[in-house]
Design a protein around this ligand. Structure first.
Ligand code: CA
Length: 394
């Protein structure tokens, strides 16, 4: 029995309960839970300093037992009629609050875990060579990104300037190949000591939850700079994340086995006992029009393997670490998580409903990435959205 029945179609049901950081009319930032079209003001309801600190970090650092207890408590508050009088004054209309970056990001790592994406980019960018690099099937490839330019959904995407290759040598100016990368991000709560490895079985001991990530990419800057040390300024101008972090605990019904492996894995990456593939359905909209539906289930490397690999050399975890899956692309063209794939390297433009065509993003374009997952009750739960509008170069 519940006294709060979230209206259909508002996204966040009682089996979801994502956490975020919000404010109202210039007031202080505090932690909230999204439910239906409301935000439950945890800061105001509990007056617990952990929920009044302006980021989720203090709560995430408390670890999985505290995460589980809060989830149970919030469920009781929202479903027990006896709680109604105390809780109702702290339910605020969601469209009246301002959302902030949920987590003070410690380190940011971006992986490259979709086989389809890696093979597509290999084919487009390195024709005539094997699409997958020799290491790809043996380890989850990643790089360290720029934590300081991770920003909340809605942050303007100012077209970055930089060097790109031209016929007579490099030129400087605004990127001409601004792209998206639709990804899923994993937020670390429980830290580790230096030298400690996290085994694949321990994902849920360390990762609190999941957000959506748009890893904005300037393909022309990237192509000129990335050899030999990998992505740098072509990526670091902005990485957008969704404001609501969906707890891993909400995604139990979404767990699936990852695709079969081509080669035997090193023992620290073997995950047969408790695989962490996730059956998430992503959707990419350009100016409101769906241009792609990338499936997450075919991702070759799982977040558990990514975390095990990230720490196998003894690198420590900090509360607020964010690691992203890499571009999510399925086997079909219209399941691609980037424009460079959707347009075959910019050679086959996509046509939008208004008659205009796109290869890469134009000023004024708005890109929104959303996702859903199977919920505990048989329906689907929302992972929210991450969105950004392109503004002219400065
Ligand atoms: Ca990426």
């Amino acid at each position: 029995m519940t006294w709060l029945d979230p209206p259909e179609g508002t996204g966040f049901g009682l089996d979801d309960l994502p956490l975020g950081v919000f404010s109202t009319r210039g007031g202080p930032r505090r932690t909230g839970v999204a439910v239906g079209d409301a935000v439950l003001d945890l800061g105001g309801l509990t007056e617990d300093p952990v929920h009044l600190s302006g980021s989720l970090n203090a709560f995430l650092a408390l670890g999985p037992r505290a995460w589980r207890e809060l989830r149970e408590q919030v469920t009781d508050w929202l479903t027990q009629p006896s709680c109604r009088r105390g809780v109702e004054p702290h339910l605020l209309p969601r469209d009246g609050v301002r959302m902030h970056l949920p987590v003070e990001v410690a380190d940011y790592v971006d992986f490259y875990s979709s086989r389809h994406h890696a093979a597509n980019l290999g084919r487009i960018l390195r024709p005539g060579t094997p699409p997958l690099s020799a290491n790809w099937l043996h380890l989850p490839i990643g790089y360290h990104g720029r934590a300081g330019t991770v920003a909340v959904s809605g942050t303007p995407v100012v077209r970055p300037c930089g060097q790109r290759r031209a016929d007579d040598g490099p030129v400087f100016g605004p990127t001409q190949r601004l792209d998206i990368e639709a990804e899923v991000g994993f937020v670390v709560g429980t830290p580790t000591e230096l030298g400690v490895r996290v085994p694949v079985e321990d994902l849920a001991e360390h990762v609190f939850g999941v957000c959506l990530v748009d890893d904005w990419s300037a393909r022309d800057l990237q192509a000129w700079e990335y050899v030999p040390l990998g992505p740098f300024l072509g990526k670091s101008f902005l990485t957008s994340v969704s404001p609501w972090v969906v707890p891993l605990a909400a995604l139990e019904a979404a767990r699936v086995a990852p695709p079969p492996r081509d080669v035997p894995l090193q023992p620290y990456l073997r995950d047969d006992a408790a695989p962490w593939g996730l059956d998430l359905a992503l959707e990419v909209r350009l100016n409101g029009e769906v241009v792609s539906r990338p499936p997450f289930a075919p991702m070759y490397w799982t977040p558990a393997q990514q975390l095990a690999h990230l720490t196998v050399n003894g690198a420590r975890l900090r509360t607020g670490d964010l690691f992203a899956s890499g571009t999510v692309s399925g086997p079909d063209r219209d399941q691609s998580g980037s424009l460079i794939e959707l347009t075959e390297g910019g050679t086959e433009p996509i046509r939008l409903a208004d008659g205009s065509v796109r290869t890469f993003l134009e000023d004024g374009d708005v890109v929104t990435i959303g996702a859903t997952a199977p919920g505990a009750g048989g329906g689907r739960l929302s992972l929210g959205e991450v969105s950004g509008r392109v503004e002219p170069a400065r």
